[in-house]
Design a protein around this ligand. Structure first.
Ligand code: NA7
Length: 553
Protein backbone atom coordinates (compact mmCIF):
# COMPACT_ATOMS: atom_id res chain seq x y z
CA UNK A 1 0.00 0.00 0.00
CA UNK A 2 1.47 3.33 -0.91
CA UNK A 3 1.25 6.33 1.35
CA UNK A 4 -1.64 8.73 0.88
CA UNK A 5 -0.60 12.04 -0.65
CA UNK A 6 -0.33 15.12 1.46
CA UNK A 7 -2.39 18.07 0.43
CA UNK A 8 -0.16 21.05 0.84
CA UNK A 9 3.12 21.50 -0.94
CA UNK A 10 5.21 24.27 0.56
CA UNK A 11 2.02 25.94 1.74
CA UNK A 12 1.00 26.74 -1.84
CA UNK A 13 -2.44 26.01 -3.12
CA UNK A 14 -2.37 22.93 -5.28
CA UNK A 15 -4.05 22.75 -8.66
CA UNK A 16 -5.42 19.74 -10.52
CA UNK A 17 -7.35 19.15 -13.67
CA UNK A 18 -10.03 17.38 -11.68
CA UNK A 19 -11.03 17.08 -8.03
CA UNK A 20 -13.21 14.08 -7.27
CA UNK A 21 -15.23 14.05 -4.06
CA UNK A 22 -15.71 10.55 -2.62
CA UNK A 23 -13.78 7.30 -2.96
CA UNK A 24 -16.62 4.82 -3.21
CA UNK A 25 -17.13 2.78 -6.34
CA UNK A 26 -17.87 5.91 -8.38
CA UNK A 27 -14.88 7.95 -7.19
CA UNK A 28 -12.46 5.05 -7.55
CA UNK A 29 -13.40 4.30 -11.14
CA UNK A 30 -13.48 8.01 -12.02
CA UNK A 31 -9.93 8.36 -10.75
CA UNK A 32 -8.80 5.33 -12.72
CA UNK A 33 -10.33 6.54 -16.00
CA UNK A 34 -9.05 10.09 -15.67
CA UNK A 35 -5.55 8.98 -14.83
CA UNK A 36 -5.54 6.70 -17.87
CA UNK A 37 -6.39 9.77 -19.92
CA UNK A 38 -3.48 11.69 -18.41
CA UNK A 39 -5.46 14.14 -16.28
CA UNK A 40 -4.11 15.20 -12.91
CA UNK A 41 -6.65 14.18 -10.30
CA UNK A 42 -7.06 14.43 -6.55
CA UNK A 43 -9.77 12.48 -4.72
CA UNK A 44 -10.99 13.51 -1.26
CA UNK A 45 -12.67 10.99 0.97
CA UNK A 46 -14.07 11.62 4.42
CA UNK A 47 -13.67 8.00 5.53
CA UNK A 48 -10.34 6.44 6.36
CA UNK A 49 -10.59 4.01 3.47
CA UNK A 50 -12.22 3.40 0.09
CA UNK A 51 -15.64 1.75 -0.30
CA UNK A 52 -18.18 4.54 0.22
CA UNK A 53 -21.50 3.13 1.33
CA UNK A 54 -19.83 -0.23 2.02
CA UNK A 55 -17.35 1.47 4.28
CA UNK A 56 -20.09 3.00 6.44
CA UNK A 57 -22.90 0.46 6.36
CA UNK A 58 -21.48 -2.32 8.53
CA UNK A 59 -24.63 -3.20 10.46
CA UNK A 60 -25.28 -6.89 11.22
CA UNK A 61 -26.52 -8.73 8.13
CA UNK A 62 -25.53 -5.93 5.71
CA UNK A 63 -25.21 -7.32 2.21
CA UNK A 64 -25.95 -6.25 -1.32
CA UNK A 65 -29.38 -7.00 -2.75
CA UNK A 66 -27.97 -7.31 -6.28
CA UNK A 67 -26.12 -10.55 -6.99
CA UNK A 68 -22.36 -10.21 -6.50
CA UNK A 69 -21.45 -11.52 -9.95
CA UNK A 70 -23.38 -8.54 -11.31
CA UNK A 71 -22.69 -5.99 -8.57
CA UNK A 72 -19.07 -5.66 -9.60
CA UNK A 73 -16.99 -3.61 -12.00
CA UNK A 74 -16.97 -4.66 -15.64
CA UNK A 75 -14.26 -2.29 -16.87
CA UNK A 76 -11.46 -4.79 -16.34
CA UNK A 77 -11.95 -8.27 -17.72
CA UNK A 78 -8.99 -9.57 -15.69
CA UNK A 79 -10.62 -8.28 -12.53
CA UNK A 80 -13.99 -9.86 -13.22
CA UNK A 81 -12.39 -13.14 -14.25
CA UNK A 82 -10.13 -13.33 -11.22
CA UNK A 83 -12.18 -12.05 -8.30
CA UNK A 84 -13.81 -14.90 -6.36
CA UNK A 85 -17.19 -13.90 -4.94
CA UNK A 86 -18.07 -16.39 -2.25
CA UNK A 87 -21.84 -15.97 -2.03
CA UNK A 88 -24.75 -15.16 -4.30
CA UNK A 89 -25.17 -11.87 -2.41
CA UNK A 90 -21.90 -10.60 -1.03
CA UNK A 91 -21.80 -9.51 2.59
CA UNK A 92 -20.62 -5.97 3.30
CA UNK A 93 -17.20 -7.18 4.48
CA UNK A 94 -16.53 -8.90 1.16
CA UNK A 95 -17.64 -5.92 -0.91
CA UNK A 96 -15.33 -3.72 1.13
CA UNK A 97 -12.51 -6.21 0.60
CA UNK A 98 -13.21 -6.06 -3.13
CA UNK A 99 -13.10 -2.23 -3.07
CA UNK A 100 -9.74 -2.37 -1.29
CA UNK A 101 -8.47 -4.91 -3.78
CA UNK A 102 -9.43 -2.61 -6.65
CA UNK A 103 -7.66 0.31 -4.94
CA UNK A 104 -4.48 -1.77 -4.63
CA UNK A 105 -4.67 -3.39 -8.02
CA UNK A 106 -4.98 -0.09 -9.85
CA UNK A 107 -2.72 1.86 -7.50
CA UNK A 108 -5.47 4.30 -6.64
CA UNK A 109 -4.46 5.26 -3.11
CA UNK A 110 -1.64 7.55 -4.21
CA UNK A 111 -4.18 10.08 -5.43
CA UNK A 112 -6.74 9.79 -2.63
CA UNK A 113 -6.65 12.00 0.46
CA UNK A 114 -8.50 10.15 3.24
CA UNK A 115 -10.12 11.48 6.43
CA UNK A 116 -10.87 14.72 4.63
CA UNK A 117 -14.29 16.18 3.95
CA UNK A 118 -14.99 18.76 1.30
CA UNK A 119 -16.80 21.63 3.01
CA UNK A 120 -17.07 24.11 0.18
CA UNK A 121 -16.65 24.36 -3.57
CA UNK A 122 -16.82 27.73 -5.29
CA UNK A 123 -16.67 28.43 -9.00
CA UNK A 124 -14.26 31.18 -9.97
CA UNK A 125 -15.83 32.64 -13.10
CA UNK A 126 -12.73 34.64 -14.02
CA UNK A 127 -10.55 31.57 -14.06
CA UNK A 128 -13.16 28.95 -15.06
CA UNK A 129 -12.02 26.82 -12.15
CA UNK A 130 -13.34 25.49 -8.86
CA UNK A 131 -11.81 26.39 -5.55
CA UNK A 132 -12.43 23.53 -3.18
CA UNK A 133 -12.04 23.85 0.60
CA UNK A 134 -11.38 20.85 2.82
CA UNK A 135 -12.40 20.17 6.40
CA UNK A 136 -8.91 21.16 7.58
CA UNK A 137 -9.32 24.56 5.95
CA UNK A 138 -7.01 24.10 2.98
CA UNK A 139 -7.94 24.90 -0.58
CA UNK A 140 -7.17 23.29 -3.89
CA UNK A 141 -8.09 24.46 -7.36
CA UNK A 142 -9.37 22.34 -10.19
CA UNK A 143 -10.84 23.08 -13.55
CA UNK A 144 -13.44 20.37 -13.00
CA UNK A 145 -15.03 18.90 -9.92
CA UNK A 146 -16.82 15.56 -9.89
CA UNK A 147 -19.12 14.71 -7.02
CA UNK A 148 -19.02 10.98 -6.43
CA UNK A 149 -20.69 11.41 -3.05
CA UNK A 150 -23.19 8.57 -3.35
CA UNK A 151 -26.96 8.42 -3.20
CA UNK A 152 -27.36 6.75 0.17
CA UNK A 153 -24.54 8.09 2.27
CA UNK A 154 -26.05 10.85 4.35
CA UNK A 155 -27.45 8.97 7.34
CA UNK A 156 -30.61 10.48 8.71
CA UNK A 157 -31.01 10.91 12.45
CA UNK A 158 -34.70 11.00 13.31
CA UNK A 159 -36.07 13.90 15.27
CA UNK A 160 -37.58 11.97 18.18
CA UNK A 161 -38.16 13.58 21.56
CA UNK A 162 -35.70 12.44 24.20
CA UNK A 163 -33.27 10.68 21.83
CA UNK A 164 -30.28 12.62 23.16
CA UNK A 165 -31.12 11.55 26.71
CA UNK A 166 -31.07 7.81 26.04
CA UNK A 167 -28.72 6.21 28.57
CA UNK A 168 -27.56 3.23 26.47
CA UNK A 169 -25.69 3.11 23.20
CA UNK A 170 -27.37 4.46 20.06
CA UNK A 171 -26.28 3.14 16.66
CA UNK A 172 -27.29 4.23 13.17
CA UNK A 173 -27.14 1.43 10.58
CA UNK A 174 -25.48 3.81 8.13
CA UNK A 175 -22.71 4.70 10.61
CA UNK A 176 -21.97 1.41 12.27
CA UNK A 177 -18.90 1.12 14.55
CA UNK A 178 -16.00 -0.51 12.74
CA UNK A 179 -15.25 -2.83 15.61
CA UNK A 180 -18.78 -4.30 15.47
CA UNK A 181 -21.35 -4.50 18.24
CA UNK A 182 -22.18 -7.46 20.46
CA UNK A 183 -25.83 -7.42 21.52
CA UNK A 184 -25.60 -10.66 23.52
CA UNK A 185 -27.89 -10.58 26.52
CA UNK A 186 -29.11 -7.06 25.71
CA UNK A 187 -32.60 -5.73 25.16
CA UNK A 188 -32.47 -3.95 21.83
CA UNK A 189 -34.85 -1.61 20.02
CA UNK A 190 -34.71 -1.17 16.25
CA UNK A 191 -36.52 1.83 14.77
CA UNK A 192 -37.41 1.52 11.10
CA UNK A 193 -38.31 -1.34 8.79
CA UNK A 194 -36.54 -0.54 5.50
CA UNK A 195 -33.83 -2.71 3.90
CA UNK A 196 -31.27 -2.04 6.63
CA UNK A 197 -33.64 -3.11 9.39
CA UNK A 198 -34.93 -6.08 7.43
CA UNK A 199 -31.37 -7.36 6.95
CA UNK A 200 -30.26 -6.73 10.52
CA UNK A 201 -33.32 -7.84 12.53
CA UNK A 202 -32.82 -11.63 12.06
CA UNK A 203 -29.13 -11.32 12.99
CA UNK A 204 -29.67 -9.09 16.03
CA UNK A 205 -32.53 -11.38 17.12
CA UNK A 206 -30.08 -14.24 17.46
CA UNK A 207 -27.95 -12.27 19.92
CA UNK A 208 -30.32 -10.06 21.84
CA UNK A 209 -32.17 -11.21 24.91
CA UNK A 210 -35.13 -9.32 23.49
CA UNK A 211 -35.63 -7.31 20.32
CA UNK A 212 -38.38 -4.73 19.81
CA UNK A 213 -38.92 -3.68 16.19
CA UNK A 214 -40.68 -0.31 15.93
CA UNK A 215 -42.52 -0.26 12.63
CA UNK A 216 -44.10 2.83 11.12
CA UNK A 217 -44.57 1.43 7.62
CA UNK A 218 -44.43 -2.27 6.73
CA UNK A 219 -42.38 -3.05 3.63
CA UNK A 220 -42.53 -5.80 1.06
CA UNK A 221 -39.61 -8.18 1.28
CA UNK A 222 -38.62 -11.11 -0.91
CA UNK A 223 -36.38 -13.93 0.32
CA UNK A 224 -32.79 -13.57 -0.90
CA UNK A 225 -32.14 -17.33 -1.06
CA UNK A 226 -28.55 -16.49 -0.44
CA UNK A 227 -26.11 -19.38 -0.75
CA UNK A 228 -22.47 -20.08 -1.42
CA UNK A 229 -21.63 -19.68 -5.11
CA UNK A 230 -20.40 -22.87 -6.68
CA UNK A 231 -17.41 -22.92 -9.02
CA UNK A 232 -19.80 -23.86 -11.84
CA UNK A 233 -22.00 -20.86 -11.17
CA UNK A 234 -19.03 -18.51 -11.13
CA UNK A 235 -17.70 -20.04 -14.34
CA UNK A 236 -21.04 -19.68 -16.08
CA UNK A 237 -20.98 -15.95 -15.33
CA UNK A 238 -17.36 -15.57 -16.34
CA UNK A 239 -17.86 -17.36 -19.65
CA UNK A 240 -20.92 -15.30 -20.46
CA UNK A 241 -19.78 -11.95 -19.11
CA UNK A 242 -19.65 -10.21 -22.50
CA UNK A 243 -23.35 -10.87 -23.09
CA UNK A 244 -24.38 -10.47 -19.44
CA UNK A 245 -22.70 -7.09 -19.16
CA UNK A 246 -23.97 -5.95 -22.57
CA UNK A 247 -27.53 -6.85 -21.64
CA UNK A 248 -27.24 -5.14 -18.26
CA UNK A 249 -25.97 -1.94 -19.88
CA UNK A 250 -28.04 -1.74 -22.99
CA UNK A 251 -31.27 -3.63 -22.54
CA UNK A 252 -32.14 -4.07 -18.90
CA UNK A 253 -34.23 -1.38 -17.29
CA UNK A 254 -32.48 -1.85 -13.96
CA UNK A 255 -28.98 -2.82 -15.07
CA UNK A 256 -29.44 -6.45 -14.03
CA UNK A 257 -29.19 -9.40 -16.39
CA UNK A 258 -32.40 -11.37 -16.07
CA UNK A 259 -35.00 -12.92 -18.27
CA UNK A 260 -37.31 -10.03 -19.20
CA UNK A 261 -41.06 -10.55 -18.80
CA UNK A 262 -43.07 -10.89 -22.00
CA UNK A 263 -46.58 -10.27 -20.72
CA UNK A 264 -48.74 -8.48 -18.21
CA UNK A 265 -50.01 -9.98 -14.96
CA UNK A 266 -53.65 -9.94 -16.08
CA UNK A 267 -52.82 -11.80 -19.30
CA UNK A 268 -52.48 -14.99 -17.28
CA UNK A 269 -55.16 -16.87 -15.38
CA UNK A 270 -55.00 -17.00 -11.60
CA UNK A 271 -53.32 -20.40 -11.34
CA UNK A 272 -50.62 -19.65 -13.91
CA UNK A 273 -49.97 -16.31 -12.29
CA UNK A 274 -49.60 -17.86 -8.87
CA UNK A 275 -47.21 -20.45 -10.28
CA UNK A 276 -45.07 -17.72 -11.81
CA UNK A 277 -44.94 -15.75 -8.56
CA UNK A 278 -44.16 -18.96 -6.70
CA UNK A 279 -41.22 -19.64 -9.04
CA UNK A 280 -39.90 -16.12 -8.54
CA UNK A 281 -40.37 -16.36 -4.77
CA UNK A 282 -38.48 -19.65 -4.74
CA UNK A 283 -35.68 -18.19 -6.86
CA UNK A 284 -35.56 -15.15 -4.59
CA UNK A 285 -34.29 -11.62 -4.99
CA UNK A 286 -35.23 -8.36 -6.66
CA UNK A 287 -36.19 -10.02 -9.94
CA UNK A 288 -39.49 -11.00 -8.31
CA UNK A 289 -40.80 -7.78 -9.85
CA UNK A 290 -39.87 -9.06 -13.32
CA UNK A 291 -42.59 -11.73 -13.20
CA UNK A 292 -44.70 -9.45 -15.40
CA UNK A 293 -44.04 -6.37 -17.45
CA UNK A 294 -46.78 -4.16 -16.02
CA UNK A 295 -46.40 -4.55 -12.26
CA UNK A 296 -45.24 -0.97 -11.83
CA UNK A 297 -47.65 0.45 -14.38
CA UNK A 298 -51.04 -1.02 -13.61
CA UNK A 299 -52.47 -1.05 -10.10
CA UNK A 300 -54.70 -4.09 -10.71
CA UNK A 301 -51.68 -6.03 -11.98
CA UNK A 302 -49.61 -4.81 -9.05
CA UNK A 303 -52.30 -5.94 -6.59
CA UNK A 304 -51.88 -9.54 -7.74
CA UNK A 305 -48.17 -9.50 -6.82
CA UNK A 306 -48.79 -7.59 -3.58
CA UNK A 307 -51.51 -10.07 -2.55
CA UNK A 308 -49.15 -12.95 -3.25
CA UNK A 309 -46.51 -11.51 -0.92
CA UNK A 310 -49.09 -10.61 1.73
CA UNK A 311 -50.28 -14.25 1.64
CA UNK A 312 -46.69 -15.42 2.06
CA UNK A 313 -46.28 -13.21 5.12
CA UNK A 314 -49.44 -14.74 6.60
CA UNK A 315 -48.09 -18.23 5.90
CA UNK A 316 -44.71 -17.56 7.51
CA UNK A 317 -45.71 -15.54 10.57
CA UNK A 318 -47.54 -17.71 13.09
CA UNK A 319 -49.31 -15.05 15.10
CA UNK A 320 -52.13 -13.75 12.85
CA UNK A 321 -52.15 -10.29 14.43
CA UNK A 322 -48.38 -9.85 13.93
CA UNK A 323 -48.71 -11.15 10.38
CA UNK A 324 -51.47 -8.66 9.66
CA UNK A 325 -49.36 -5.80 10.97
CA UNK A 326 -46.40 -6.88 8.84
CA UNK A 327 -48.49 -6.90 5.67
CA UNK A 328 -47.91 -3.69 3.72
CA UNK A 329 -51.11 -2.02 2.63
CA UNK A 330 -50.36 1.62 1.91
CA UNK A 331 -48.28 1.45 -1.26
CA UNK A 332 -48.11 -0.69 -4.39
CA UNK A 333 -45.41 -3.36 -4.23
CA UNK A 334 -42.11 -2.14 -5.68
CA UNK A 335 -42.92 1.58 -5.43
CA UNK A 336 -40.76 1.72 -2.31
CA UNK A 337 -37.46 -0.04 -2.76
CA UNK A 338 -38.37 -3.70 -2.38
CA UNK A 339 -36.37 -5.43 0.34
CA UNK A 340 -34.50 -8.70 0.07
CA UNK A 341 -34.15 -10.67 3.28
CA UNK A 342 -32.95 -13.80 4.98
CA UNK A 343 -35.58 -14.98 7.47
CA UNK A 344 -36.98 -11.54 8.26
CA UNK A 345 -40.64 -12.51 8.62
CA UNK A 346 -39.72 -15.77 10.39
CA UNK A 347 -37.81 -13.75 13.00
CA UNK A 348 -41.18 -12.61 14.37
CA UNK A 349 -41.95 -16.21 15.34
CA UNK A 350 -39.14 -16.08 17.88
CA UNK A 351 -40.23 -15.60 21.48
CA UNK A 352 -37.61 -12.85 21.92
CA UNK A 353 -38.86 -10.64 19.06
CA UNK A 354 -41.77 -8.21 19.38
CA UNK A 355 -43.22 -6.07 16.62
CA UNK A 356 -44.39 -2.70 17.91
CA UNK A 357 -46.73 -1.05 15.45
CA UNK A 358 -46.29 2.73 15.68
CA UNK A 359 -48.18 3.56 12.52
CA UNK A 360 -50.96 5.51 14.17
CA UNK A 361 -49.11 6.74 17.26
CA UNK A 362 -45.48 7.31 16.30
CA UNK A 363 -42.91 7.16 19.06
CA UNK A 364 -44.03 9.34 21.93
CA UNK A 365 -40.58 9.76 23.37
CA UNK A 366 -37.32 8.05 24.09
CA UNK A 367 -36.69 7.73 27.80
CA UNK A 368 -33.27 7.02 29.34
CA UNK A 369 -34.00 3.26 29.39
CA UNK A 370 -37.03 2.79 27.16
CA UNK A 371 -38.90 3.68 24.02
CA UNK A 372 -42.34 5.02 24.91
CA UNK A 373 -45.19 4.31 22.53
CA UNK A 374 -48.83 5.04 23.37
CA UNK A 375 -48.00 5.54 27.06
CA UNK A 376 -46.22 2.18 27.30
CA UNK A 377 -42.49 1.86 27.94
CA UNK A 378 -40.50 -0.77 26.04
CA UNK A 379 -37.38 -1.15 28.13
CA UNK A 380 -34.16 -1.47 26.20
CA UNK A 381 -30.39 -1.34 26.73
CA UNK A 382 -29.38 -0.39 23.18
CA UNK A 383 -31.08 1.44 20.33
CA UNK A 384 -30.57 0.88 16.61
CA UNK A 385 -31.74 3.60 14.24
CA UNK A 386 -32.43 1.99 10.88
CA UNK A 387 -33.98 5.25 9.76
CA UNK A 388 -32.37 5.61 6.35
CA UNK A 389 -30.75 8.44 4.47
CA UNK A 390 -31.36 11.87 3.07
CA UNK A 391 -31.17 10.12 -0.28
CA UNK A 392 -29.71 11.37 -3.56
CA UNK A 393 -29.32 15.01 -2.60
CA UNK A 394 -28.35 14.83 1.09
CA UNK A 395 -24.60 14.55 0.64
CA UNK A 396 -24.48 17.40 -1.87
CA UNK A 397 -26.70 19.57 0.31
CA UNK A 398 -24.20 19.34 3.16
CA UNK A 399 -21.48 20.94 1.03
CA UNK A 400 -21.50 24.68 0.39
CA UNK A 401 -21.46 24.53 -3.41
CA UNK A 402 -21.44 27.92 -5.12
CA UNK A 403 -21.78 28.33 -8.87
CA UNK A 404 -22.14 31.37 -11.10
CA UNK A 405 -22.91 34.59 -9.28
CA UNK A 406 -22.28 32.91 -5.93
CA UNK A 407 -25.62 31.09 -6.07
CA UNK A 408 -25.59 27.91 -4.00
CA UNK A 409 -26.79 24.56 -5.22
CA UNK A 410 -29.17 24.42 -2.25
CA UNK A 411 -30.69 27.73 -3.35
CA UNK A 412 -31.12 26.45 -6.85
CA UNK A 413 -32.64 23.17 -5.66
CA UNK A 414 -35.10 24.56 -3.08
CA UNK A 415 -37.99 23.15 -5.07
CA UNK A 416 -36.21 19.90 -5.80
CA UNK A 417 -33.07 18.89 -7.68
CA UNK A 418 -32.76 20.18 -11.23
CA UNK A 419 -30.21 18.63 -13.53
CA UNK A 420 -29.66 17.91 -17.17
CA UNK A 421 -29.34 14.13 -17.50
CA UNK A 422 -28.55 13.88 -13.79
CA UNK A 423 -24.99 14.84 -14.75
CA UNK A 424 -24.79 18.63 -14.55
CA UNK A 425 -26.84 21.54 -13.29
CA UNK A 426 -27.18 24.87 -15.10
CA UNK A 427 -25.30 27.67 -13.32
CA UNK A 428 -22.65 25.23 -12.04
CA UNK A 429 -20.17 24.93 -14.91
CA UNK A 430 -17.56 22.16 -14.89
CA UNK A 431 -19.34 20.38 -12.04
CA UNK A 432 -20.37 16.79 -12.69
CA UNK A 433 -22.42 14.51 -10.47
CA UNK A 434 -22.11 10.74 -10.72
CA UNK A 435 -25.51 9.03 -10.53
CA UNK A 436 -27.15 12.32 -9.63
CA UNK A 437 -30.88 12.99 -9.36
CA UNK A 438 -32.43 12.81 -12.82
CA UNK A 439 -30.47 9.68 -13.74
CA UNK A 440 -31.48 6.01 -13.15
CA UNK A 441 -29.05 5.64 -10.21
CA UNK A 442 -30.88 4.02 -7.27
CA UNK A 443 -33.40 2.35 -9.56
CA UNK A 444 -30.60 0.33 -11.06
CA UNK A 445 -27.64 -1.85 -10.32
CA UNK A 446 -25.52 1.06 -9.09
CA UNK A 447 -22.27 -0.20 -10.54
CA UNK A 448 -23.71 -0.32 -14.05
CA UNK A 449 -24.92 3.27 -13.70
CA UNK A 450 -21.66 4.39 -12.11
CA UNK A 451 -19.58 2.96 -14.95
CA UNK A 452 -21.82 4.56 -17.54
CA UNK A 453 -21.55 8.01 -15.93
CA UNK A 454 -17.83 7.76 -15.34
CA UNK A 455 -17.18 6.74 -18.95
CA UNK A 456 -19.41 9.53 -20.22
CA UNK A 457 -17.69 12.15 -18.06
CA UNK A 458 -14.21 10.88 -18.94
CA UNK A 459 -14.99 10.97 -22.67
CA UNK A 460 -16.47 14.42 -22.24
CA UNK A 461 -13.37 15.79 -20.49
CA UNK A 462 -11.16 14.31 -23.22
CA UNK A 463 -13.39 15.99 -25.81
CA UNK A 464 -13.09 19.35 -24.06
CA UNK A 465 -9.33 19.04 -23.80
CA UNK A 466 -8.98 18.13 -27.47
CA UNK A 467 -10.89 21.25 -28.44
CA UNK A 468 -9.12 23.36 -25.81
CA UNK A 469 -12.43 24.18 -24.18
CA UNK A 470 -12.26 25.26 -20.58
CA UNK A 471 -15.89 25.50 -19.58
CA UNK A 472 -18.92 23.28 -20.00
CA UNK A 473 -22.36 24.03 -18.69
CA UNK A 474 -25.85 22.60 -19.02
CA UNK A 475 -28.26 24.88 -20.90
CA UNK A 476 -31.29 26.00 -18.96
CA UNK A 477 -33.71 24.96 -21.67
CA UNK A 478 -32.21 21.48 -22.01
CA UNK A 479 -32.33 21.13 -18.24
CA UNK A 480 -35.95 22.22 -17.97
CA UNK A 481 -36.94 19.78 -20.68
CA UNK A 482 -35.08 16.97 -18.97
CA UNK A 483 -36.62 17.70 -15.57
CA UNK A 484 -40.08 17.70 -17.18
CA UNK A 485 -39.30 14.43 -18.97
CA UNK A 486 -38.07 12.75 -15.76
CA UNK A 487 -41.29 13.82 -14.07
CA UNK A 488 -43.54 12.76 -16.95
CA UNK A 489 -42.04 9.30 -17.12
CA UNK A 490 -42.32 8.85 -13.34
CA UNK A 491 -45.99 9.80 -13.43
CA UNK A 492 -46.73 7.17 -16.04
CA UNK A 493 -45.93 4.61 -13.35
CA UNK A 494 -47.23 3.74 -9.90
CA UNK A 495 -44.04 4.96 -8.17
CA UNK A 496 -45.28 8.41 -7.12
CA UNK A 497 -48.08 6.71 -5.15
CA UNK A 498 -45.67 5.78 -2.36
CA UNK A 499 -44.21 8.08 0.27
CA UNK A 500 -40.73 6.86 -0.53
CA UNK A 501 -37.25 8.25 -0.25
CA UNK A 502 -37.28 8.27 -4.07
CA UNK A 503 -39.76 11.13 -3.59
CA UNK A 504 -37.88 12.78 -0.74
CA UNK A 505 -40.88 11.89 1.42
CA UNK A 506 -38.80 10.60 4.34
CA UNK A 507 -37.28 13.99 5.06
CA UNK A 508 -39.59 16.57 6.64
CA UNK A 509 -39.70 19.68 4.46
CA UNK A 510 -37.90 18.11 1.49
CA UNK A 511 -39.68 18.89 -1.79
CA UNK A 512 -41.74 16.00 -3.13
CA UNK A 513 -40.28 15.25 -6.50
CA UNK A 514 -39.50 11.87 -7.99
CA UNK A 515 -35.70 12.04 -8.14
CA UNK A 516 -34.36 9.08 -10.12
CA UNK A 517 -35.01 8.66 -13.86
CA UNK A 518 -37.33 5.77 -14.44
CA UNK A 519 -36.91 5.35 -18.20
CA UNK A 520 -34.47 2.46 -17.77
CA UNK A 521 -30.69 2.29 -17.93
CA UNK A 522 -30.58 1.08 -21.55
CA UNK A 523 -32.79 3.87 -22.85
CA UNK A 524 -30.99 6.42 -20.69
CA UNK A 525 -27.57 5.35 -21.92
CA UNK A 526 -28.74 5.80 -25.47
CA UNK A 527 -29.95 9.32 -24.70
CA UNK A 528 -26.58 10.22 -23.13
CA UNK A 529 -24.67 8.69 -26.04
CA UNK A 530 -26.79 10.58 -28.57
CA UNK A 531 -26.19 13.84 -26.71
CA UNK A 532 -22.42 13.21 -26.87
CA UNK A 533 -22.53 12.16 -30.53
CA UNK A 534 -24.21 15.46 -31.35
CA UNK A 535 -21.29 17.37 -29.85
CA UNK A 536 -22.85 17.49 -26.35
CA UNK A 537 -26.22 18.76 -27.38
CA UNK A 538 -27.86 20.83 -24.65
CA UNK A 539 -24.54 21.90 -23.15
CA UNK A 540 -22.51 25.01 -23.89
CA UNK A 541 -18.75 24.72 -24.18
CA UNK A 542 -16.47 27.73 -24.20
CA UNK A 543 -12.76 28.48 -24.23
CA UNK A 544 -11.09 31.23 -22.24
CA UNK A 545 -9.85 33.93 -24.59
CA UNK A 546 -6.17 33.42 -23.78
CA UNK A 547 -6.41 29.70 -24.38
CA UNK A 548 -8.30 30.23 -27.64
CA UNK A 549 -5.41 32.30 -28.93
CA UNK A 550 -2.88 29.73 -27.78
CA UNK A 551 -4.81 26.92 -29.42
CA UNK A 552 -4.99 28.59 -32.79
CA UNK A 553 -1.48 30.03 -32.95
P1 NA7 B 1 -35.18 3.35 4.45
O1 NA7 B 1 -35.57 2.40 3.40
O2 NA7 B 1 -35.36 4.80 4.19
O3 NA7 B 1 -35.97 2.94 5.78
C1 NA7 B 1 -35.99 3.77 6.91
C2 NA7 B 1 -37.02 3.22 7.87
O4 NA7 B 1 -37.01 4.02 9.05
C3 NA7 B 1 -38.43 3.26 7.35
O5 NA7 B 1 -39.10 2.12 7.78
C4 NA7 B 1 -39.00 4.52 8.00
O6 NA7 B 1 -40.39 4.51 8.13
C5 NA7 B 1 -38.34 4.45 9.34
N1 NA7 B 1 -38.28 5.73 10.04
C6 NA7 B 1 -37.62 6.85 9.67
N2 NA7 B 1 -37.81 7.81 10.56
C7 NA7 B 1 -38.59 7.30 11.53
C8 NA7 B 1 -39.14 7.83 12.74
N3 NA7 B 1 -38.91 9.08 13.12
N4 NA7 B 1 -39.92 7.02 13.49
C9 NA7 B 1 -40.15 5.77 13.10
N5 NA7 B 1 -39.68 5.21 11.97
C10 NA7 B 1 -38.91 5.98 11.20
O7 NA7 B 1 -33.64 3.16 4.87
P2 NA7 B 1 -32.75 1.85 4.85
O8 NA7 B 1 -31.45 2.22 5.46
O9 NA7 B 1 -33.47 0.71 5.44
O10 NA7 B 1 -32.56 1.52 3.34
C11 NA7 B 1 -32.12 2.49 2.41
C12 NA7 B 1 -31.70 1.86 1.14
O11 NA7 B 1 -30.41 1.27 1.31
C13 NA7 B 1 -32.51 0.72 0.65
O12 NA7 B 1 -33.65 1.10 -0.01
C14 NA7 B 1 -31.56 -0.04 -0.24
O13 NA7 B 1 -31.50 0.57 -1.50
C15 NA7 B 1 -30.27 0.13 0.45
P3 NA7 B 1 -41.33 5.17 6.95
O14 NA7 B 1 -41.24 4.21 5.81
O15 NA7 B 1 -40.70 6.51 6.64
O16 NA7 B 1 -42.66 5.28 7.56
Amino acid sequence: MSAAPSLAENGREQAFDVVVVGAGFAGMYMLHRLRELGFSVRVFEQGSDVGGTWYWNRYPGARCDVESMQYSYSFSDELQQEWEWSERYAPQSEILKYARHVAERFGLRTDIVFNTRIERAEFDEGDSAWEVTTSDGRTVRARFVVFATGCLSNARMPDIKGLAGFAGQVYHTGHWPHEGVDFSGKRVGVIGTGSSSIQSVPVIAEQASHLFVFQRTPNFSIPARNAALTADERDAFRRNYPEIRRFAREEARNGIYAEPPDRGALDDGENTRRDKYEQRWTKGGLTFMLAYNNLLLDKAANDTAADFVRDKIAEIVKDPETARRLQPDNHPIGTKRICVDTDYYAAFNRPNVTLVDIRSTGIEEIRPHAVRVAARDYEIDALVLATGFDAMTGSLAKIDIRGRGGRTLNQKWTEGPKTYLGLMSEGFPNLFIITGPGSPSVLSNMIVSIEQHVDWIADCLAFLRKRTMTTMEANREAEEQWVAHVNDVAHQTLYPQANSWYMGANIPGKPRIFMPYIGGVGAYRKICDDVAAKGYDGFTMTAKAAERVAATS
